[in-house]
Design a protein around this ligand. Structure first.
Ligand code: APR
Length: 232
């Protein structure tokens, strides 16, 4: 494999599955308990804010009872030891990458542990519920919403992501179904710009055909083995 210096890693719900956090489209997955349009859209929030706030209060509380797994800690080791550029772009809204020790993490779909004030636009770290309409820590307005990118909203820091993909020598996708854009298109951006591409996933994803190689299995086995390989 040509010299690798700059790595972009995309992670999805599959990397947190073995920490006990539901994936979105697996059997008994997150969305099956709630229809997508009931919770993850601005329209749903407009129509039934209490239902949406209760749903995310439940999710925000649940992730705080979960621990990072061997895949998260292996990526943190890579982040610490890799001398080139490395960016972990995650679709996940849990904080398991950070609690596993990773630093160069970009949450393109937002974060459960942030609240976003619709009055002053400030984002504040938030671990409790929002259902009681607590005051924004910055402006005091009872106008906080989950800092989650809902369907129909723009993912965060896309320019930064495309810059990283342009510079990437290696793009690795871990635990994502390739069902939701723009993340599902990153592999094509990367390969069109000359990067090698690798998929680590429990099963073939919708985008498997675009990767140079796919390894199938649980992230807690595949990711530590891949990091060991890369760090030699
Ligand atoms: N190890 C590795 N991969 C796994 C594991 C595991 N233990 N368990 C499940 N997977 C794989 C599944 O095979 C599936 O391909 O993880 C993927 C999870 O896919 P989704 O549930 O669709 O989650 P994700 O790809 O992150 O969804 C993308 O969709 O609903 C939106 O905003 C939401 O960020 C989310 C986006």
């Amino acid at each position: 494999m040509a010299a690798i210096r700059n790595i972009v890693i995309l992670t999805g719900a599959g990397i947190s599955a073995e920490s006990g956090i539901d994936t979105f489209r697996g059997a008994g997955g997150l969305w099956e308990n709630h229809r997508v349009e009931d919770v993850a859209t601005p329209e749903a929030f407009e129509r039934d804010p209490d239902l949406v706030l209760r749903f995310y209060d439940m999710r925000r509380a649940a992730i705080q009872t979960r621990e990072p797994n061997a895949a998260h800690t292996a990526l943190a080791r890579l982040d610490r030891e890799w001398r080139g550029n490395l960016l972990i772009v995650t679709q996940n809204v849990d904080d398991l990458h950070e609690r596993g020790g990773a630093r160069r993490v970009l949450h393109m779909h937002g974060e459960h542990l942030n609240a976003w004030c619709t009055a002053c636009d400030a984002r504040s770290r938030w671990t409790g519920p929002l259902i009681d309409r607590p005051p924004c820590p910055v402006c005091g307005a009872p106008a906080l919403r989950p800092d989650i990118v809902w369907f129909g909203e723009m993912p965060y820091r896309m320019e930064e992501i495309y810059d990283a993909l342009r510079a990437a020598d290696l793009f690795v996708s871990i635990g994502t179904s390739g069902a939701v854009y723009p993340a599902a298109g990153f592999v094509r951006n990367a390969r069109d710009l000359g990067a090698a591409t690798l998929e680590l996933n429990l099963e073939r994803s919708q985008g498997s055909g675009w990767f140079d190689a796919s390894r199938l299995g649980p992230a807690t086995e595949l990711v530590p083995a891949w990091v060991d390989e890369l760090l030699g």
